[in-house]
Each structure stands twice: as C-alpha cells, then as structure tokens.
Design a protein around this ligand. Sequence first.
Ligand code: UD1
Length: 425
Amino acid sequence: MDKLFIEGGKSLNGSVKISGAKNAALPLMAATLLAPGKHVLRNVPDLRDTRTLLKVMEELGATSERNGDVLTIDATHVNNYEASYELVRTMRASVLVLGPLVARLGRARVSRPGGCAIGDRPINLHVMGLEQLGATCIQESGYVDVKVDGRLTGNTIHFDLPSVTGTENLLMAAVLASGTTILKNAAKEPEIGNLVDMLLGMGAKIEGRDTDELIIHGVEELSPADCAIIPDRIEAGTYLIAIAATGGAGTVTNCIPEHLPALLNKLRATGLIIDEDENSISVSYPEGKGVADLQCIDIQTMPYPGYATDLQAQFMALMSLATGSAVIDETIFENRFMHVAELERMNAIIKIKGSTAVVTGKGEDGLVGAPVMATDLRASSSLVIAGLAATGKTEIRRIYHLERGYEKLVDKLTGLGAKVWKESS
Ligand code: UD1
C-alpha cells in the first residue's frame, strides 16, 4: 500500500493548474448513458473515482477511450441495467447511473452504496423522486431495483434538503420523461449547472439553471454530447489553503473564482490577501506577516453558495496554525471530523462537541510532523496541508483516498516547491 511522505516547513510558491472537477466529471459521464452514440467530454480528470465510474459503465455496455484529458464514451450498446456491489461499494457516486439507466432502459438495479467514513449517506431522496416520476422501486438484498413501463412521467418533486447527486439523478431521469418535471429546493452547486449545460447541448429542455427550481420539459430522445468539465473548485480551494498554510504566495490557474465565494471571504477575513482574475486566484501575505499572524475565523458548512463541506477539513488545518480560536460547524454530514484525531497527533488543539469543533490556533508553536492515517478524501487533504506546514516529517497512510480526488497531487505540490514523495510498501 502506498504512503505519502512530506518533509514539512517549506513554503509553497508559484502557480498550479487546476484540473477538471471530479464532482462534475462523474455526473456528466453518467449522463452519456442517456443517449446512444459517441459522447466527447473534455477536461476530464484522471482519478481513481473517474476510473471506477468507467468500470461501472463498461459493465453496463458502454466503451470508452481517453486521449489526454479528452474522454470519448460510446453509449450505443448500453444494455445491462445492473451496477454491482463490487464497484458501487468503492465509490458512492456510482449511484449516479440510476437516473439515466431508468430513463433509457426502463430499469436499473444498482447496489445501495452503504455508509462511508463521513456518515450514513442515505439515497432515500433519489428513490423517492424516481417513484414520484412513476417508477416502482424495490429494495432487497442490498440493491435498489427500479422499473418503469415505458417512459417516466413528469411530476413536481420537493427535496426535503438539497441533495447534490439526488438533484443530478432526478434531472437525468426527467429529461427523457413524458411531460414536465419541477424539482423544488434543488441543489445549486456549479457542477449541476455543468450538467444542465451538457444536457441542453444534447437537446434537453431545462429552465432554471443555477436556481433551486429546475423545470424540465421531457423530450423523446437526446443526441450525443460534446461538453467540457468545469474546473475543480475544491481542488483550487485546497491549493489556496495549502499555499497559505506554508506562509507562501501563489496562484491557482484555470479555475473559476466565482465558484469559491465563501472560501475567499473567509481567507480574506483571516488576514490573507486574495486577488481574483478571470480564471485565476492568488493568495499572499501582507508585508512581514506569516501564518502565525492569521486570525482564527469561524465557519459553518452549508449548501452552495455557502461554505463547502468538502473544504471544511482543509480550513481546520489552516486554523490550527493561526492565532485565536475558531468554531467550525459541520451541518451537512454527521461524522465529518475524522481528521481531528489525526491532526491532534500533529499537536493541533481541537475539541469536538456534536457537529461542532473548536480549534485553538497554535500560532508561533506550529504543528509537528507525525505518522497519520488518511480516512476519507477531504480529511486526507487536510493532513497533507498540516504536513506541509509542520516541522519535520509526516507519513500519511492509506493515500488511495487522496487518489480518488486529486490529480497529480505529488507533481503539483512539487511544482510549488514542496518536498513530498510516495513510497510503496
Ligand atoms: C455531493 C458531493 C460531495 C459533497 C456533497 C455535499 C458528488 C459526487 N459528491 O455528495 O463531495 O460533500 O455533495 O456538498 O458530487 N441526504 C439524504 N438523503 C439522500 C441524499 C442525501 O438525507 O437521499 C443528505 C445527506 O446525508 C447529507 C445531505 O443530504 O446530509 C447532503 O448530501 P448530498 O448533497 O446528497 O451529498 P452527495 O450528493 O452524496
């Protein structure tokens, strides 16, 4: 199993190019199942998660070819409707094939994903929505079996809470339904806007892009897509925080600054200088200041455009290095503080009460490198940030979590001046 080693205490400087968004690539890849023919997706990150979804899609009968960051998916011969536990258990987002399969084949049998390190992660909203579109859903032996005779039928669906992949699944199901579907209290993450753009390009009729009410007028068939994946806002945010945590100055390029409103405000509030350009964001310190001079700032995770839960752990690492105390409220997932015990091994001072963590910044004392364990994707990136900023050596185990969502992590960090390497054991 691979380990990641970091010799900490070196400031990161320079620029880093952001890859396509994992959380946009996955639904867009699943959406190719909606129409026979060859689809072209551009700016697709090469990650463990995108490779896992390709395996799921191969099981379903699709074929694919990658050329650099261009992925061609041929969905002509999609004829199998079952996504097996073996693959779905390794990546929860495999559930994204549910909506497109029912819409195209009238049937989908997809393994329930099960829980994961950050909580229970139910799919009740996906299932409820498909039932409201006229499908019969039977849950047995760990699978959800969804069937419809003919086409799904449009309906008005109200989400109790704005689920991201739930919205994407129902959007993909509704584009081929008969009649009009209205998704109320839908999620508004930019990745959903990316999916809407792809579906519009395929001939779908959708109103309300980027709002919490999506109106979908079903069409009988769609044509193959040619669409680019948006830049990964979570990767961009992670590098901005990493540069700041090491006292450096740098720029993330090929990103969309408007996709990170909450993070950029919070970083400014700590005392950092943030400059936004059309496709890049720079972070730096006022003259003579360093990470120990940053002020601890509270955050509360919220659905977009609020502060992203996927950037909570990374911000906590930064707050551990600042001065004062920060209250971090996690409102999206019930168990998303797995990184806390690991950060404590590096001398961070954090107290958890329910869904709130209170961080006491170490200021001048800083963090110290230690052997730590990656537990989930974003928790792992907070350990990388802490390791980069800490004095001494940090060894991170179970880095397959990181490989799920960060393309060329070692190369990108090395390009910024970090001393980081992988070793197999
Ligand atoms: C997506 C992202 C993930 C991010 C999360 C929240 C992808 C592939 N993953 O995950 O990186 O952390 O959004 O921004 O895009 N819920 C239910 N019932 C459901 C579905 C969700 O109760 O059927 C709850 C969840 O437990 C959670 C909340 O809704 O408390 C939001 O989850 P959701 O937006 O669905 O997250 P994902 O789409 O799984």
